[in-house]
Write a protein that binds this ligand. Structure first.
Ligand code: VG1
Ligand code: CO
Length: 540
């Protein structure tokens, strides 16, 4: 065992979901080690404890795991459970932490960001409840990184993490386990696998795009092996260190292969994709795209069709920028609707306290109290369960019927990626300084504008500066935020929403239906003048 002297690195501050940086930053000597030691120093006594470790398989995953194993042994852990091949999707990590009641886990992922030697890497700590560390913990970790002067590590050869089995590392046990089995078993308890199997048997067809990221092995095991979807249902199913050169972000832009298949003449009934670490999902019907906000609302409205949710929901939580479609379902069900800041870490207390059962974010994240992370395949299985039970209705039929019943929260997000950080900060400061209440903008009157602040209803913790909201008297909204997951410059996200009760207008393209509000948003934020951009990089 060695104590290695080190000095702090600037900027080891976890963002929306862990610490994400370019690989070139992570591979600097001591960089990863400093952060890992700061985690171990911030979570209490690690002696005799068990830790879960795994990642999305991207470049540097294996190297980082070997380092973490040696550091865990030196920091007194009794055992580390590692997913075979270093593979562990984010929701599966949460599942395993909870099932084996470990002292949390370390997840290596930069999620939807590209991977490879010149791309991104990431690391985060999840607490024993299975969810991302809350801000109190990430702040303690960050504070520790700023004063760190040494770390503990043992010397030794790399362990074989590609075969199931046990190894010793100093006094610590390393158990290499099957990353899919526990997760697949949990899914079988939540959904009607018999009904889904019967649907596939009677000709229902789907395509799942794993985008060469972590969900491939999970999707093959669950969809093809356990549910009987025909072989080849899962495309891009082999996790690659660079995700095949793609951008593992399941949206209409990056999941283009899936979109092409679902919009071609012989399209299957259902299409889905997942992101780098398996916690996001995109859902499509034949020639029909479901926005994540609508998906949350539809899943909530139909949840009792699934065995795991047959007793009904305790509440529905959504992040602030997510559309209010789910709130309408909650109102009808007579259950609470919660509005939290962006990032799954804010749902943990509500789930632990039994105040919410389903949660969702507009950024292709949906999940429930079965784990403490958003869960891509879970959402896909819930859709499959609902489709199997509402036999004969297509995805489009189900969503249109939902709109007819509740009205449509027309919604879109515009991202301006890689803009100058100083310009982005100035733009946000400009918006923060506006006082708009009562003003007429286009045909709309401003009801309120503020910077969203949140007081956790369970533990009372307060989070400020969570996004600028401009809310109009008819309930329409524009929200502006800067991304907390990027690694290059800044990304401005603009979220636009308008409620449309008129069924005759539900078929309109959101970009058309929201055109007035889109113009107001661009003018209010002076986007072109301040960033030089006259078009968003990605529209979802
Ligand atoms: C984005 C999304 C947010 C999500 C986060 C992590 O954060 O907007 O909703 O929770 O990514 O998702 P930001 O700060 O870039 O807007 V994942 O799948 O990247 O772990
Ligand atoms: Co992700």
């Amino acid at each position: 065992m060695k104590t290695v002297a080190t000095t702090p690195f600037a900027g080891q501050k976890p963002g929306t979901s862990g610490l994400r940086k370019k690989v070139s930053v992570f591979i600097q000597p001591h960089y990863l080690e400093n952060f890992v030691q700061a985690v171990f120093d911030s979570i209490g006594d690690t002696t005799g404890k068990t830790l879960v470790v795994g990642g999305d398989g991207r470049y540097y995953n294996r190297t980082a795991i070997q380092t973490i194993l040696r550091m865990a042994a030196a920091n007194g852990f009794a055992k580390v459970m590692v997913g075979r091949g270093g593979i562990l999707s984010t929701p599966a990590a949460s599942c395993v932490i909870r099932k084996y009641q470990t002292f949390g886990g370390i997840i290596l992922s930069a999620s939807h960001n590209p991977g490879g030697p010149t791309e991104d890497f990431g690391i985060k700590y999840n607490i024993p409840a299975g969810g991302p560390a809350p801000e109190s913990v990430t702040e303690a970790i960050y504070a520790r990184t700023q004063v760190i002067s040494s770390y503990q590590i043992i010397e030794g050869a790399d362990l074989d993490i590609d075969h199931l089995g046990r190894h010793s590392l100093g006094a610590m046990v390393v158990e290499v386990f099957d990353p899919v089995a526990d997760y697949a078993e949990l899914m079988e308890t939540l959904f009607d696998f018999d009904a889904i199997r019967a649907a596939f048997r009677s000709g229902f067809r789907m395509k799942f795009d794993a985008m060469h990221a972590v969900t491939g092995p999970y999707a093959v095991e669950i969809l093809e092996k356990r549910l009987g979807a025909h072989m080849g249902t899962v495309m891009h199913g082999e996790p690659l260190e660079d995700f095949g050169g793609g951008h593992p972000d399941p949206n209409l832009v990056h999941a283009h292969d899936l979109v092409h298949i679902l919009t071609s003449p012989n399209a299957p009934d259902f299409g889905a994709a997942s992101d780098g670490d398996g916690d996001r999902n995109m859902v499509m019907g034949r020639n029909f795209y479901v926005t994540p906000s609508d998906s949350l609302a539809v899943l909530a409205a139909n949840a009792t069709l699934c065995p795991g949710y047959a007793k009904g929901l305790a509440g529905i939580a959504r992040s602030m920028p997510t559309s209010a479609a789910a709130d309408r379902v909650a109102a009808k069900l007579g259950i609470p609707a919660w509005e939290t800041p962006t990032g799954w870490k804010f749902f943990g207390t509500l789930l632990d306290a039994g105040k919410a059962t389903l949660c969702g974010e507009e950024s292709f994240g949906t999940g429930s109290d079965h784990v403490r992370e958003k869960d891509g395949l879970w959402a896909v299985l819930m859709w499959l369960n609902i489709l199997a039970k509402r036999k004969g209705e297509s995805v489009a039929d189900i969503v249109r019927a939902h709109w007819a019943e509740y009205g449509r929260n027309v919604y879109s997000r515009h991202d301006y990626e890689g803009i100058d950080s100083a310009a982005a900060d100035a733009l946000m400061a400009h918006l923060r300084g506006l006082s708009l209440k009562g003003q007429r903008l286009g045909g709309f009157t401003v009801a309120l504008n503020d910077d969203f602040a949140y007081t956790d209803p369970v533990d009372g913790s307060v989070s400020t500066k969570q996004g600028i909201r401009v809310v109009f008297t008819d309930g329409s909204r524009i929200v502006f935020r800067l991304s907390g997951t990027g690694t290059e410059g800044a990304t401005l996200r603009v979220y636009i929403e308008r409620y449309e009760p008129d069924t005759a207008k539900h078929h309109l393209d959101p970009q058309v239906a929201l055109a007035d509000l889109i113009t107001i948003a661009r003018d209010l934020a002076e986007i072109e003048a301040r960033t030089g951009r006259n078009e968003p990089t990605v529209i979802t």
